[in-house]
Design a protein around this ligand. Sequence first.
Ligand code: NAD
Ligand code: ZN
Length: 1613
Amino acid sequence: MPATTTDVQKVSILGKESIHCGFHLVPHIVETVLTQLPSSTYILITDTNIAKFHLTAFEQEFNASLTSLANGTHARPRFITHVVPPGEPSKSREGKANIEDFLLLNKCTRDSVILALGGGVIGDLVGFVAATFMRGVRFVQIPTTLLAMVDSSVGGKTAIDTPHGKNLIGAFWQPEFIFIDVAMLETLPAREFSNGMAEVVKTAAIRNEAEFSSLESRSAEIFAAIQTPSTNYAGRVKRTRSASQELLLSVIVGSITVKSEIVTLDPHENGLRNLVNFGHTIGHAIEAILTPTILHGECVSVGMILEAEISRSMGILNQVGVGRLTRCLKAYNLPVSMADPRLANLPSAKLLTVDRLLDIMKVDKKNSGNEKKIVLLSRIGDTYEQRATVVADATIAKILSDAATVISGVPIHSPVKMVTPGSKSISNRALVLAALGRGTCRLKNLLHSDDTQVMMAALLELKGAQFEWEDAGETLIVHGGEGSLSVPPKDKEIYLGNAGTAARFLTTVCALVQKSPKDEAETTIITGNARMKQRPIGPLVTALTANGSKIAYMETEGCLPLSIHPNGLQGGLVQLAASISSQYVSSVLLCAPYAAKPVTLELIGGQVISQPYIDMTIAMMKSFGIEVTRRVDKETGKLLDIYDIPKGCYVNPPEYSIESDASSATYPLAIAAITGTTCTIQSIGSSSLQGDARFAKDVLEPMGCIVTQTATETTVQGPPIGQLKALPHVDMEVMTDAFLTATVLGAVASGPTKITGIANQRVKECNRIRAMIDELAKFGVATNELDDGLEVFGTPISHLKQGVTVHCYDDHRVAMAFSVLAAVVPKTVMDEKRCVEKTWPNWWDDLNNKIGLDTQGVELAGPTDSVSTTGPSSAKEAASIVLIGMRGSGKTFIGELAASALEWNCIDADVYFEIKFKTDVRQFVHDNGWSAFREAETNLLKELLTEKPYGHVISLGGGVVETPAARDLLKEYSRKRGPVVHIVRNIDEVVEYLGIEGSRPAYGESITAVFERREPWFRECCSHRFINHVEAFADGKFVIDPTVTKRGIREEVSRFFGHITGLTPNLAPNLAWGRHSYFLSLTYPDITPALPRIEELSVGVDALEVRVDLLRDPKAGKQDSPIPSPAYVADQIAALRRVTSLPIVYTVRTRSQGGAFPDDAQNEACSLLDLALRMGTEYIDVEISLPHTWITDMNSRKGCSQIIASWHDWSGDMKWNGSDVQAKYDIADQLGDIIKIVGKANSIQDNFDLQQFVTRMNSRPNAKPFLAINMGTEGQLSRVLNTTFTPVSHPLLPSRAAPGQLTFSQIQQALHLIGQIPSKRFFLFGTPISHSLSPTLHNTAFQALGLPHTYELLETKEIDDRIRATIAAPDFGGASVTIPHKLDIIAALDRLSPAAKAMGAVNTIVPVQSGDGSGRILLGDNTDWLGIRGSISARIAPGLIHSALVIGAGGTARAAIYALSNLHAKTIYLYNRTRGRAVELIKAFPNIKIHLIDQLGEWPRDASGDALPPNVIVSTVPASETTMTNDDQKLHFPAELYAYRDGPAIVIDMAYKPVETPLLKLAKDTAQNWETAQGVEVLLQQGYAQFELWNQRRCPQGAISRVVWAEYRRRVE
Ligand SMILES: NC(=O)c1ccc[n+]([C@@H]2O[C@H](COP(=O)([O-])OP(=O)(O)OC[C@H]3O[C@@H](n4cnc5c(N)ncnc54)[C@H](O)[C@@H]3O)[C@@H](O)[C@H]2O)c1
Ligand SMILES: [Zn+2]
């Protein structure tokens, strides 16, 4: 047999060299298997993804080899293959049975050899099959994912999943061989590769520091190995292997070796083997919640960081270790925190609570009893114990929680002596200096950051220095290379990521390179990530090139990557433009001594910026032995921007201690100051060049601290607690970052402290001045904002409010400054503890371990700052809304309506402008020109957005989008903060409107031209759009039947803004409550013809589905274009909104999923779905076949709208008891708020299987609403039984949306017949009631909905046995109660609703299930007030009710008062002929202010003497007792009743007879602004509410009202 030569590296496990690693191993595998594992049958099992790439090679090789084998006497062995679906669901009992059946069917026997070709899923599954098939057969692992190569294939663990959890059933079963063919990774998706890298990094982190260092610095090369295809079997033999192939192989072999060693020492996982579980305790808990969307390695990556932080908080691991681990994982594109958007944007991410995670961790296999165990890293490459360590729950909780609290008290470690994190600028300089220097230097307190890390890696590549770590990374030993630098090997670019300082410093360093080793590349190449490739480096390159260096831009002019020739630096005069970055200057200065000639550096091109940093570089060069001189103008004595640098070589001091970051040092010092203790910061003193180093002397000392400062140390001793002195005025311009620290000290000082010179702090991570003012206010500290600072009024500590939650604005300085205050104010919570990571990642640990103030984790009730995922908890917290759009589109009009609906304030930016600049816009433009106006407008926008962050509707001028800066502001706002709503109005209408409205300055250009320019800008800036059609829709295309009752624009405004702000989401209540819910599928190409009948069509349903894929734009050029234009769809939706407020389900169904939308138009589908979000559509059906990243992004923007993640199987092949459907469910579960799976029934059994699946899924914890149905006539049963959003049809629709679809009323009848809706009896109690309209009302409703109930009269004089028996009967459905029982009935009931209690009267009885499950109880409610409220609010917005008058003092008057108070009527007047009864009634409402009126028509007056007539009147007295004329017997209504004439007003007469009562007639005769409402209307409104209480179903109002009005008229005539 001609064996193909293959170089294989073998690793031994359990005493056998059975792991073979290399590239292109197929021939080697086949040969080894056939010779070493003789058998009659070889079965290769793989999944469809892998089969596509790699199956053929195996088939060919096996068949060829077997043919040549067959020459012998034995029967030729068989080679058979079996391909299963990919993914975790295959790893199930069903999946296992499926393979076993295959083996049995193929008569496989005990001597079979099974080859598992695939990832961990295949390996685990096939391994477990092998372990039990015929009591165990031999098997071989051929892992194809990196995870499987380094982890799952090694160790012999096999398993399957069950619904109870992953890997719960399995066996230890060792494979005969493990073949690692690294070339197979070339077909693996990059994300899967990163997934495996998590395990590789993990293994190195626990056992092998050298390996870790290489992973840390060589990620780019490692990725390159799988990204470059190895053609012609490159790599099969060593000779043909590329350097990166070699590297990747060594990484994999290294990782496997460690795992094999551990497995060999502890094959059954009793102790040592637990070490490989580093990151897995927490990782698994996260995975349990986010699987399968987030991969195992991704969860473990986050888990590793959190577990490393636990170790750090216990004082075991230092921050260096955590930092290295973080950066290393990031380099492989792995997430390192739960806040990573890939995790945080998932709907299930809200389940990642501390409690839930701890709960899941309880069942970890490593635990002993109740104690949780975690593998604790002690440094990179080693663990604290040789096993997992017990960790207290509180410690884990502290790390997992988002917020932190400091336990106030005296720091127990006082006197504290500590070093704070190293300064970033000094760290970077020291690294270059020591590397270029002569001798060895120990760098202490080096800051570990991306910059320093890439800098070190680059210096190594250039062979410029050698590095070693000491004290677990606390000290870096640099062996200086004396400036000798080499071009790196060929195909080796220096990759700098996005490390800016490194890039600038290294550019000149690379120019110093003089040597190019033979055979290697001629130039040094430095490059970075995409962002880096946009950052400027031009001025530096220009200066160096002018000086003789040869540097070429390889891509964009002025940016990295650069190709630098090894010419060395010429020296002499170097001219450099230094007005952009002082880092260019420092870069040249640092390298200048190594130039061929002494350098004279002249800075040109205007004002030099950041001179202190240049001084810092020069001072540090001096410490390393080179003295730079700055020239002085001999005549004036002024310093010039010219520097002379001598030639030379830096001399490394034996030790160089990097100064602490001076801003960070202010916090521990301030803690000493505020707590009256002592603190010494060891690496910062009077010789420091950092401005903030003056904080101790300039701020703390005058505040009463004793400050002792040496050149390198600062000690502060605070005065006794509470005795800090106020600073009348301090200018902090030289130490702006420290002002927050000074401010919190000022807050507890003896008087006012004024801080100035810090205006720049308004544009830092947040507006820091504002932030301090707002957060201090929570403690009760008064402040005063100044132009360039603030004044804080010191308050005694004992007066400060405790238990404050400080919002940190994701700003490290805010969090750390308030930690200082927290030391003396108990129970202060900082809401975002992770924001300190920017400069002091282990701040909370240091506070604990070094300073001695205990910290604890706090879990806040709700998400703090995400407008995106959940609604705000109160109107005050909801972010302000910004309105944009063309002039004349109605922004002000809509804005005012919205503000009134939300009870917010409305701001018109133009008006605001005029107030601020004391001139109108036109005048301003005239005086200052357009550009000045635009600038002022942008500044004003910025101001509005920061000053009015909550509770405002801000409507902006139409031209605001003309300025790019303003557009950026708007985009930023809509992305991160709140809604930016584009008000859209048809342009022709706008033209017409502006033509009429002459009050505004003319455009100067045509409106249409302006429209065309601005329209795209509006679209890109907005997050939402609101269509304001004043009358006709679009271009008059849709003219709604004038007889249709249109919803007022006010109703739509309140729905839209209530929904998008999350204050009143317009969602279907039945769905939320888990009751049967339905939507009607509108299957029209154009919905408008259906609009007049929408009410009738939508009877009973909870939502309307718009099948966007079925819409056909008649104007679209191509006949029957299958894709409707977004504009057409928007108009259709807007037209629908005009007639109904039902939530809309927005669906774009593709052909393969049973719809009409093309499958190959994903972009169009996505943009139509995006439109749905923008229009505030409540439910959006998103097929899970769309890219998951896109859906996740959609989720992050959806606000309160809900995503229905759907999957439709039309093939009829999906089995509800198979594994496929589970996979779809799991994906949908990750992506949606509602899960929808539609299959096809071939027999009734399919419905039972469906039902069983649904029951199983619904019993999972936190199960989401699940819509599951089968299509086809055979599937109708599933439609009857489905609870969530059953799609229904209606006889009037043009076609059914799907075969087998039923109508709402058919489903109700079917449910009734199968015993799910038993018929019930409803009653009216009272007397006299024979003329009541209530039976008509309710029976009409039952009929319309297909419900089997009846409504009857039960006339009695009192609450007697008949009534008692009726309400006790099991089929009692509910009752209306009228005169005279409204009060007496209360005794017969179990409970009252709050409204009934407040009014002391009941008009509705509802049988409800008791909360404790003890059975049915009777609830008394009252809907009378709802009827009154509904009749009023249909005509007047709540904010517009001034005062209101109630006439009468009986039960109905009570309802009227309650309703008016609920509507926030400003004053309520009460009039009754018998004054005493009115007085009594007023007493019954102690919490409502009611004003007694003695004379109708005479109104109380306000302060300025003006009468305040009401604009709402409700009369509850019988009309027969009233009159318009003077009549002593009757109640007389004077015309002054209607004195209110300034706006909308309404009068309601509760009497049914006559049709026109005297009160209503008087209104019609005297006042045009008064609308009238009859008693029947109120009756109807209260009846609708009653119906809904009884049936939990929307009342068919239209049908009822038609029949009731007709009946009413029939009777009165
Ligand atoms: N037994 C153990 O000790 C152990 C350890 C860790 C993980 N696991 C198990 O491993 C499983 C995860 O394994 P995984 O991450 O390999 O997932 P996987 O097997 O699902 O593979 C990931 C995806 O990549 C595809 N794929 C695999 N190789 C490919 C290739 N070369 N080219 C193109 N596509 C390819 C697969 O079809 C699949 O879609 C989990 O079930 C986990 O429980 C087991
Ligand atoms: Zn793992």
